[in-house]
Design a protein around this ligand. Structure first.
Ligand SMILES: C[S@@+](CC[C@H](N)C(=O)[O-])C[C@H]1O[C@@H](n2cnc3c(N)ncnc32)[C@H](O)[C@@H]1O
Length: 292
């Protein structure tokens, strides 16, 4: 596994100025970056707070935490913990401080996507894993080895809105009668061959299926539901929650949030940010404030 940031793809944090501006309400406050990644947003929070501020960085990927401990080795105001944000309340408990702000930048980071060994990418061949936390759960190859066609189709439909979901699921089940599906290339070929040829200007034929299977394998929707509830419970009155989402299912969960949270801000990256960082193109930033 690649722990060296110089060698791994650099993740460009999204809408950093807006996150900093909207999230920091107290310059010596306690902030939680629940999706630490490469620490781009955390760095901005550190740069824009004072000496008594404390930042807790959490990531379910232990590689991100190990790398972060090296990158921020001299930063006394940052504490890093390996964990899932569904367990935010338990993780934050040890600090016994009122929480002023929480950031959730949903999805995967560029280094996870670009590391063929993690199995997230259809454009590079690698083991079909797709787990953000490789210390728990089941690699995708294991699930695909026994899941029914109906279950596979449901995941691809529900989380990817893929019109060819039934054909893709049938092709997977048929292929596995004589082969194990263990690489991203095998899966990508099955998905592409289940669909009519697409115009060159359309997204890759495996985009929706890969995204949906990643969401499923990492239990992302349930993680988000629990993480949002935990965040709402932890924040002090007037404290803020910033959530960056990348597709409508995630956005809907954030919009539907109750538990004493009021929506105060919504923004999308501007043209120049999208031009310099294509991965920002579908991002939406929402800010919620804790009310009585
Ligand atoms: C889009 S990246 C965050 C990038 C980060 N904001 C930065 O500036 O580098 C998302 C990160 O959140 C982590 N993650 C996703 N779901 C998580 C969860 N349920 N609990 C904790 N971390 C999670 C992923 O492992 C990944 O490192």
């Amino acid at each position: 596994m690649n722990n060296n940031l110089q060698e791994s793809a650099k993740h460009i944090p999204i809408m950093t100025d807006q996150v900093v501006e909207q999230l920091i309400t107290e310059s010596n406050g306690f902030y939680i970056d629940a999706t630490f990644g490469q620490g781009g947003h955390t760095r901005a929070l550190l740069e824009n707070t004072d000496k008594d501020a404390l930042i807790l960085g959490i990531d379910r990927d232990s590689t991100a935490i190990t790398r972060g401990r090296c990158l921020f080795a001299t930063e006394q105001r940052l504490i890093l913990r390996h964990g899932h944000f569904s367990a935010l309340a338990d993780i934050a408990q040890e600090f016994q401080r009122e929480v002023n702000g929480i950031l959730m930048d949903i999805g995967i980071s560029s280094d996870q996507l670009d590391d063929a060994e993690r199995g997230f990418s259809f454009s590079q061949n690698g083991p079909l894993d797709m787990r953000m936390d490789q210390e728990s759960g089941m690699p995708l190859s294991e699930w695909l080895a026994s899941a029914s066609a109906a279950d596979i189709a449901k995941v691809i439909k529900d989380f990817g809105e893929e019109p060819y979901a039934d054909r893709i699921a049938a092709a997977i089940v048929d292929y596995r009668k004589s082969n194990s599906i263990v690489t991203t290339k095998q899966l990508s070929a099955l998905i592409v061959n289940s669909q009519p040829r697409r115009p060159l200007n359309k997204s890759h034929a495996a985009t929706r299926s890969f995204q949906s299977l990643r969401i499923f394998i990492n239990n992302e929707m349930e993680e988000l539901r629990q993480g949002l509830n935990a965040a709402a419970g932890l924040l002090k009155n007037g404290g803020r929650l910033a959530v960056i989402t990348f597709h409508s299912l995630e956005g809907r969960q954030v919009k539907d949030m109750k538990f004493g949270m009021k929506a105060v801000y919504k923004s999308k990256p501007d043209r120049s940010e999208i031009l310099s960082n294509n991965r920002a193109r579908s991002a939406v930033l929402r800010i919620m404030e804790k009310i009585n």
